[in-house]
Ligand binder design. Structure first.
Ligand code: 5AD
Ligand code: SF4
Length: 454
């Protein structure tokens, strides 16, 4: 009998990928994916634990779903509620306590075990909990990817993190660093391209720490993997990777930015702070000077490179001068886009017990100042495209009738006056309007393809 599953994804792109793979695992059990909880027999919240707000959102969503679950029960029907992802991993017991109506709780390393968990649901009463790090490799136990179709897709090549930045929960929720073998990555990439992908974003919490086993048994780094992808995956036209750590940017990776046309000239490289004392307290393992030098070398290799980053303001002990150092770094580097957050103590992380918290009002003021600067930079970056021609991978229907939407090499959303038949192609687009968060343009040649940067 056909059943419906609604998977709601929070947080990072790795979760987007994981949600698609969960749908792959559930398909043979008769579950089809639906886009809302209204007709669902099972709802899975694929959660994020990185910041306090992200975790709290899950509990409020669970409250709403509980009401739906009770309405169903009144009609004699069952709505299975599941919490997956990093909140499940970190707060399994807390979920059971605060939301005892939840049926399944499982961490990111366990979703290949879903068939067994679903079977247990029918058999046993009570919560099905899977938050151990299993000994078997989940990637070896997952079906062929099917639920990620479309021109721009994700491919997880690395998981976990051994860096232990003092603010971060990832080493605890995603576990130790693990890289998938090169052959598996290439095989999955070919499969995705056969399914219509033109652009692949390689994912990892620490993607440039990648060290997968290569064909001759030796470890291969990310720079080499990118080269192999460019050579060996026919039909692939765009390549990206995220998220990187400054400490793992090596010569081979920098050279890949110089040599590979299909590697998009856009890099998300979190720095978190521009003050060396704070970077040390964060256990980042690099200074602001190291970061500046890395960016300079990358830009020498790829002069079109646009940068993105993550920033945390109000880390314990952050002084006005420390904050100013971050502002100076931002002015010097110049960002096309960035994410910035107020520091929030995460239970179990070393920084959470730090004794020099920054007052909330100071955090708020610093964040506003930082975001104003980053916003100005982003607007100026986008504005520089007015009148330019960019290549756009058209991947979805547009905002208005007669429009198709896609992404520029710099990940800018672009609305293009074009026929939906062109979805899945790379078009040359003349930009004639710049809005706050997107560009608008028209085709320069009806079905032209090409991957050149702006
Ligand atoms: N507080 C605030 N921001 C955080 N991040 C991670 N942990 C915290 C925290 N405890 C931010 C970092 C990271 C991004 C994914 O989330 O900037 O790069
Ligand atoms: Fe978290 Fe630092 Fe690892 Fe990134 S590098 S996942 S911020 S511990």
């Amino acid at each position: 009998m056909r059943k419906n599953v609604f998977i709601k994804t929070y947080g990072c792109q790795m979760n987007v990928y994981d949600s698609a793979r969960m749908a792959d695992v559930l398909a043979p059990l008769g579950y089809g994916a639906v886009a809302s909880p209204d007709t669902a027999d099972m709802v899975i919240l694929n959660t994020c634990h990185i910041r306090e707000k992200a975790a709290e959102k899950v509990f409020s969503e669970l409250g709403r779903l509980h009401q739906l679950q009770e309405e169903r029960a009144a009609q004699g029907k069952r709505l299975v509620l599941a919490v997956a992802g990093c909140v499940a991993q970190a707060e399994g017991a807390e979920i059971a306590r605060r939301a005892p109506y939840v049926d399944m709780v499982f961490g990111p390393q366990s979703y290949h075990r879903l068939p067994d968990m679903v079977a247990r649901l029918g058999r046993d009463s009570g919560l099905v909990l899977e938050t151990e790090f299993p000994v078997e490799d989940k990637f070896d136990n997952l079906p062929t990817p099917r639920h990620q179709t479309g021109p721009a897709v994700f491919l997880t090549i690395q998981e976990g993190c051994d860096k232990f930045c003092t603010f971060c929960v990832v080493p605890y929720t995603r576990g130790a660093e693990f890289s998938r073998p090169v052959a598996d990555v290439i095989a999955e990439a070919r499969q995705l391209v056969r399914g219509g992908a033109r652009e692949i974003t390689l994912l990892g919490q620490n993607v440039n720490a990648y060290h997968g086993v290569g064909p001759n048994g030796a470890a291969v780094g990310l720079g080499d993997l990118l080269r192999r992808m460019a050579d060996e995956v026919d039909g692939l036209e765009r390549l990206r990777y995220t998220t990187s750590h400054p400490r793992d940017v090596d010569d081979s990776l920098i050279a890949a930015h110089r040599d590979l046309d299909i590697l998009m000239p856009y890099l998300h490289l979190p720095v978190q702070s521009g003050a060396d004392g704070i970077l040390a307290a964060m256990n980042r393992g690099h200074t602001a000077g190291d970061y500046r030098r890395i960016v300079a070398r990358l830009r020498e290799a790829q002069p079109n490179l646009a940068m993105s980053s993550d920033f945390i303001v109000g880390f314990p002990g952050e002084s006005d001068a420390d904050f100013e150092a971050t502002m100076t770094l931002i002015r010097e580097v110049g960002y096309a886009q960035a994410f910035s957050f107020k520091y929030s103590p995460r239970p179990g992380t070393p920084a959470a017990t730090h004794d020099a918290p920054v007052p909330e009002a100071v955090k708020t003021a610093r964040l506003a100042q930082l975001q104003a600067l980053l916003g100005d930079q982003q607007r100026a970056f986008n504005q520089s495209f007015l009148g330019q021609t960019v290549s756009v991978l058209l991947d979805r229907p547009g905002r208005h009738r007669g429009q198709v939407a896609g992404r520029s090499p710099y990940l800018q959303p672009v609305q293009v006056a074009a026929s939906p038949d062109l979805i899945g192609t790379i078009a040359r687009v003349a930009i004639d309007e710049v809005l706050t968060n997107s560009l608008t343009g028209r085709l320069t040649a009806p079905s032209a393809t090409g991957v050149s940067a702006a």
